[in-house]
Write a protein that binds this ligand. Sequence first.
Ligand code: HEM
Length: 519
Amino acid sequence: KDKFANIRQALANGGPPGRFLSFALANYERRLKQESLKKLPEAKGDVRKIVGQPFFVPLFTLFRTYGGIFRLSFGPKSFVIVSDPTITKRILKDNAKSYSKGILAEILEFVMGTGLIPADGEIWRVRRRAIVPSLHKKFVTAMLSLFGDSTIRLCDKLDTAASNGDDVEMEGLFSRLTLDVIGKAVFNYDFDSLSNETGIVEAVYVTLREAEDRSVGIFPYWKIPILAAIDPRQRRVAKALKVVNDTLDSLIDKCKQIVEEEDDEFHEEYISERDPSILHFLLASGDEVTSKQLRDDLMTMLIAGHETSAAVLTWTFYLLSMNPSVTAKLQREVDAVLGDRAPTIDDMKKLQYTTNIINESMRLYPQPPVLIRRTMEDDMLGPYLVKEGEDLFISVWNLHRSPLLWENADAFQPERWDTYSAAEASQAFRYIPFGGGPRKCVGDVFATYEVVTALAMLARRFNFELAAGAPPVSMTTGATIHTTNGLHMTVTHRTRAPVIPVTDVPSLTTVDENGVIKS
Ligand code: HEM
């Protein structure tokens, strides 16, 4: 491995001149090594080609041309784009300590501070150790009734629309469903956003939209204090952020008081009957944390657990609307397992096809479609040396749609998960809807149960079709994949089991250069 090691050692023992020669030899070796390294394939980007379409779509074309790792340069700025499972595993797992969240932490700082998603180093280690235990098995099981109750509220809304013959915009409704769920689960606050649009709910949305816009914005004008102070939009954001922060601060204070008054004994699977939230667990555990850090963590979970789950549901319903035979099979499973009940923890294992649909939807529409990292020290990625300070995008979209890794990669085939488990695919880093390694999502089981519950209960009660005359469904990027104009659907009551012949013909979905999905 180090063919000069013995010579260097011998020289080093030869007094000052020997030590000098040993040092020179080491430098020579380093140069030799660098010269023998391959240069990263380089794609020169034209910003104009990327603007106006979701940026992960052209990255797929470049991946097919330049391979699993390449550099994409725009003038002086460059990114390393990774679409290879072995290199992804090195970055996320085997050498995770050499990577930070880079640009992502800079963008999200204004809203998440040093919350778990942007945090790195010691703060991340300490907070991860405190937060992971709060999502224990008993907590997630207790959340099932919250998922069921919140979905029933959505069903009530859809009932009215179905009776009146009104079309519904499902992306917005899913966003509200998941906001209600995450508010209750994380800090026991009922946003009731399905019926309430103003005040705190509006403030949350202004804050979230800003975080998303900053993630995809080209010019970071908010960094210039004078512009941020006079721009009406930035002033609105600052006001909204204050409303959200004040609400979180008062929830933290209230919860602290309750915890001090109660004399429950804390244990590993502790759960307060009165308030089973993550916040209550953290305070009862005696977690020594400043109120600001706690607020950053709550805000992080609010954002992390909200738009992601909503986006998964949105694209699942879109895919189902294109695949009636899958919907029919789903409804047969739900009819047999649930009838009109909300699911219990035992049902989760039985709702296998429903879970496969969610797995397949997260493969085709991963949320977020790229993961962001920065090298904190030089690293070898495959045969390439990547220097400290490089910004990397791991394209989950490319991994999940790579024809090198998947048969019929673009087809929506939930059946593929009958024989290939999602856990096995995740271990191979070819399927990473929740990331991987030490920074894997802390809410993966929670979120899976949440979306499986919503899908099962909605499919049991209603039929959904794309609304006639609605704009075509196309993609746009924020932190997650959104539709450009909403997911407009016609919803009808399921009075009896639909009679659709079940022929599982895979439908091919492709995406054109404008991000419009074709089937
Ligand atoms: C991290 C996806 C729901 C909390 C992540 C990551 C992904 C992800 C891909 C890794 C990010 C990276 O490595 O850069 C999802 C999806 C969800 C979901 C697809 C829904 C379907 C949730 C929920 C919560 C949550 C419900 C909270 C209860 C977090 C946190 C992290 C994270 C705190 C950061 C973990 C760390 O850095 O140590 N999520 N997530 N997520 N997620 Fe989720």
